[in-house]
Design a protein around this ligand. Structure first.
Ligand SMILES: NC(=O)c1ccc[n+]([C@@H]2O[C@H](COP(=O)([O-])OP(=O)(O)OC[C@H]3O[C@@H](n4cnc5c(N)ncnc54)[C@H](OP(=O)(O)O)[C@@H]3O)[C@@H](O)[C@H]2O)c1
Length: 338
C-alpha cells in the first residue's frame, strides 16, 4: 500500500520542480528505525540543492530535508523493540521532507512528551549549529560582546537565544522591520541596510569592538565583522554571500571566502578566524552533534529555549515554503509538516 509521501527534486530549478511523490512505506534496515515525521526543517541549503547551486550537492532524484522530529513506527534488525513509539529528533542531512523515513537509530535523540514537534524541529540543524559555534568554537563567556549577523533568521535567532542563556551581550544585524525580533531575545538590533553598519556597531561597544562575531552573510559583512574584533576576538563564518551562490560558479564564491578566512588565520593579529559547517561536524564528530542535540532537547523541555517558528507548511505546499524562504521576509525557522 502506498502511504508514504515525499518531496522529490527530479531536476534542478525553482520551487516548481518540487514533486510530491507517493511511495511504498520504507522498511528500516539493520540499525535503523522508521520515523513517522511530525515536523521537518526547511533550510537555505535545501533551496540551494534544489537549484543545483550547492557546492558538491546531490544529483537530481534526491529528497531534501536536513532535520526532523517524528515518532518511531518500526525498529529494524538490531534495534531494541522498545524504541517503537518513542518521539525523537534527528539531524539527517537529506531525506527529511517525507511523511516516513528511515534513520540510523544512533542518530536519534528522544524528545519528551509535552515538547511540541514544531519547536523541537528547530533544534537539530539551527540550534546545534548555533551551540557548536558559540560554545565549542568561539567559547563564549558571560559578559563578552557577540555580534550576530543575519540575526532574524533561523540560525540567527538560535544564536541570540543561546547567547541570552549563556550571558554574552549580543548585537544582531537584521532589516529594520525585524528589529523587534532581535530585541525580543534581549539583543541590540542594528539595521544592516542603513548607513555604515560597522561604525554603528563599533559605537554601540564604545569603540571597543566585539569579542565574538558569528557571520551568516559573507562578503563585505564578513570583512566588517573581522575589523570589529578586539584583541583576543574570535570570528566564525558559517554562510556565504547570496549573490556569489547565485552566480554561474558558486564554488568559486565559496573558495574565495575560505581563502580569505585562511589568510586572516595566517595573519591573525591576536584574533582568530574559522569557518563552520554542521555537515562536516556530523561526519567527523557525530558524537558531538548527538551530545549537543540531547542537551538542547533537555533545555527545550525545561522551558529555557524559545525557538522561533516562521510558518509550518504541509508537504503538499512545499513549493510555497521554498517561495517564502526565497522572499527572505520570514523570521525564524520555516517548517514542513506531514
Ligand atoms: N555552516 C553551517 O553549518 C550552516 C548551518 C545552517 C545554516 N547555514 C547558512 O547560514 C545562513 C543563514 O541560515 P538561516 O537558516 O538562518 O537563513 P534564514 O532563516 O533565511 O535567515 C537569513 C537572515 O539573514 C538576514 N540577512 C540577509 N542579508 C543580510 C545582510 N546583508 N546583513 C545581515 N543580515 C542579512 C535576513 O534578515 P532580514 O530578513 O531581517 O533581512 C535573514 O533573516 C545561510 O546561508 C545558511 O545556508 C550554515
Amino acid at each position: 500500500m502506498s502511504r508514504c509521501r515525499r518531496i522529490v527534486v527530479d531536476r534542478y530549478g525553482g520551487p516548481d520542480v518540487l514533486r510530491l511523490a507517493l511511495c511504498e512505506t520504507p522498511a528500516p534496515g539493520p540499525g535503523q528505525v522508521r520515523l513517522r515525521m511530525e515536523a521537518a526543517g526547511l533550510a537555505p541549503a535545501d533551496a540551494l540543492m534544489r537549484a543545483g547551486r550547492y557546492p558538491a550537492g546531490p544529483r537530481p532524484g534526491f529528497v531534501p530535508g536536513w532535520d526532523v522530529v517524528g515518532r518511531v513506527e518500526a525498529a529494524g534488525p538490531g534495534v531494541p523493540a522498545d524504541w517503537e513509539g518513542r518521539r525523537c529528533a534527528a539531524l539527517v542531512l537529506r531525506g527529511g521532507h517525507a511523511s516516513h523515513l528511515c534513520v540510523n537509530a544512533d542518530r536519534l535523540v528522544p524528545v519528551p512528551a509535552g515538547v511540541d514537534a514544531l519547536s523541537a524541529a528547530c533544534l537539530p540543524l539551527n540550534y546545534v549549529a548555533a551551540h557548536q559555534m558559540l560554545h565549542r568554537l568561539a567559547t563564549a563567556r558571560a559578559g563578552e560582546r557577540v555580534l550576530v549577523s543575519g540575526a532574524s533568521g533561523g540560525v540567527g535567532t538560535a544564536l541570540l537565544d543561546l547567547a541570552r542563556l549563556a550571558g554574552p551581550r549580543a548585537v544582531g544585524t537584521a532589516s529594520a522591520g525585524h528589529a523587534d525580533v532581535v530585541s525580543a531575545f534581549g539583543a541590540e538590533p542594528v539595521d544592516y541596510r542603513a548607513g555604515d553598519v560597522t561604525a554603528r556597531i563599533a559605537d554601540l561597544s564604545g569603540g571597543d569592538g566585539v569579542d565574538i562575531a558569528l557571520d551568516a552573510v559573507g562578503g563585505a559583512t564578513l570583512t566588517g565583522a573581522w575589523r570589529l574584533l578586539r584583541p583576543g576576538g574570535r570570528l566564525v563564518s558559517y554562510g556565504f554571500p547570496a549573490a556569489g551562490l547565485r552566480s554561474r560558479r558558486p564554488s568559486h564564491a565559496v573558495l574565495r571566502q575560505l581563502l580569505r578566512l585562511r589568510w586572516w588565520s595566517l595573519v591573525p593579529q591576536g584574533r582568530s578566524a574559522a569557518s563552520y559547517r554542521l555537515s562536516a561536524a556530523a561526519r567527523r564528530r557525530p558524537e558531538t552533534v548527538q551530545e549537543d542535540l540531547g542537551a538542547l532537547v533537555g533545555q527545550l523541555a525545561s522551558g529555557r529555549l524559545r525557538p522561533l517558528v516562521a510558518e509550518a507548511f504541509p508537504l503538499e505546499r512545499a513549493a510555497r515554503a521554498h517561495e517564502l524562504l526565497a522572499l527572505g521576509r520570514h523570521t525564524g525557522k520555516i517548517l514542513l509538516i506531514p
